[in-house]
Design a protein. Structure first.
Length: 118
């Protein structure tokens, strides 16, 4: 079981009691859900040095395309995209890693990629 809570109503800004029936916070998906997509499914692996590593967990053949756009990393903006046919995004087929709009790594298939940040 996970316990993550939000203390303000997102629509009104009023404080929300953290007790209740059922109690709020139990298995609550908020920012941790985004982290699971960014670091898990799409596979950005945080590293201390100026290397960007991407290792998607999306099984080959399940999604024809996906894009994670404008994620801040080491003071740069990162985009990870996969396009099986190259028709969805018009940038060619395969997995691509872009930093500040410039491609720094690519592969025809979903696999681990690592590149030095520009």
């Amino acid at each position: 079981m996970a316990w993550i809570d939000e203390s303000l109503n997102p629509d009104t800004g009023a404080w929300i009691p953290t007790e209740g029936d059922p109690p709020r916070g139990t298995d609550y998906n908020h920012s941790t859900y985004c982290d699971l997509v960014i670091s898990g499914l799409v596979g950005i692996r945080c590293r201390a040095e100026d290397i960007l590593e991407v290792h998607p967990l999306v099984p080959e053949g399940t999604w024809p395309y996906f894009c994670l756009d404008q994620v801040g990393y080491h003071g740069r903006m990162v985009t990870i995209l996969f396009d099986k046919t190259g028709e969805r995004y018009g940038r060619g087929k395969g997995l691509q890693v872009l930093v500040n709009g410039r491609q720094i790594a690519r592969s025809d298939s979903l696999q681990r990629l690592a590149a030095t940040l520009p």
